[in-house]
Design a protein around this ligand. Sequence first.
Ligand code: TTP
Length: 505
Amino acid sequence: MQPLKEQIDAFVADHLPTDTVAWIDTYASHKIIHDALWGTFKLTPYEVALLDTPLLQRLRYLHQTGAVYLTYPSAHHTRFEHSLGVLCQSGRLCAALKASALDEGRVDASCEDNVRYAALLHDTGHGPFSHTSEQFYSSLPDMEQFQRDHPEYSQSGGGEILSALIVQSPAFQNFVSGINSKRKRKLNCDKIAQLITGTTDASEVFMSEIVHGPFDADKLDYMPRDGMFSGLKMHVDLDRLFHSIRILTANFDGESQTRIAGHLSGLSPLTQVMFNKMLLFTGMYHHHKVRAVDCMLWAIFLLATERGAKVGGSTLTSCVDFLRLTDDRLLIPELCNDDDIKSLITDIRERRIWKKALVIARNTVPPSMHNEAGESPHHLYAGVATLAGNTQEKVRIRREIAKRIWEVASKPCPIHKVWLDVPQPPGMTEAKQMWIEAPGQLEPHTLEHFIPVDKWVELYGAHQSRAHVFAPAEACKAVGEAAKKVFYDLFKLEFLDQATAFAKS
Ligand SMILES: Cc1cn([C@H]2C[C@H](O)[C@@H](COP(=O)(O)OP(=O)(O)OP(=O)(O)O)O2)c(=O)[nH]c1=O
């Protein structure tokens, strides 16, 4: 297989104009955007020139929250308007930091240009159904090889890595050179890539924190946007937040760093953000219907890679194959050449979603199984939580357990339709990262020093988190009973009646 970087270079070349200068020459004026969430804001001509390229336009066909729209019918917002929203919020964060006492001119026009470009580009590495395909392609061989060869990306997600490689590709650099040749201020592709992955120097951490930080423009957009378009409204007092942040240089983790610091008086909007994130996970991203469709999409990806089958008209062997697909293309049965996958696609299109055969949760096991003493609240229910995650090994173990359940159930449906789902608890590291200044304190502490929000949300999550065995409706009863036996054999896990109460047939 071609190395990841070479494949990305070819993908970007296919998605940008070949004659950059002629393209840019047609963009002389600003554009006013009307956004349902943020109202009216302005893009510069060179931002519009980027927005109009196929590289950015493809984001119109990637739902921001994957297949959530099959559960919350109005959640059809896409990575495209989210990217515009992140640009808008980045501009507001820059303005707030400039207005604060300690800015000292660090958020200058050139900083803001790069930050705004990074905001527009930060999700260009997403594939169909956003997080679902990202989690799948992140363990494909070309991505794993790339991360082994580039340890500097070890902390970055697959989507971020692809976005950074897109920005550093020769075709993109050529596009930016065209823009730079027309302007006094210069955009810097390496800097934009660092802002996306959060790998700037210690003296510039504040810049990447605007796009990729504990309370970044990404979160300040997706939280209210996901809330608004799902109907689960999320409030954050942004004015209060913007008035309580500034840039600060201080010693932290043994080095001098320049970061965004919040003031003690602004803890409440930061707490709102963290609670909203948890509410969005329990109410939306980890809703059982959303997870069931996620498993159906995984089944499509897994069958396609195992069988070398085509979906959306192409095979799925490398990460970049996913970048060449969009949600709409993936769900066209005529572009697929495998009958099992076609049937899954049709089930998703017609919303025949798998059902809960077994629910593994705090209220479906006897209290004696809770076993919380001295353990992290995540480690509930006899180790089932340890099966969460999307590494090849974790997926293999879950598929083996699903196969065993399917056999004990006497194979009531095709094996690829029985799925064990153990959602990964949301990362809640914001409180460990965000600097807080308090009167009389010489050095900043992190947010967790003042309020243990991470503990609160962890405990809340432990009470809310659920694993499921999913199956088609007609197989649910047999699969649910078999799953109880298998979990008892594997983990000595017992269940209350409500664990299978949803398996009606
Ligand atoms: C994790 C997850 C996110 N999403 C959506 C919610 C948001 O719109 C968006 C957030 O993901 P991203 O935009 O990729 O941001 P992130 O993962 O860096 O977020 P954070 O810094 O908060 O950890 O993706 C899902 O729909 N399903 C999921 O399982």
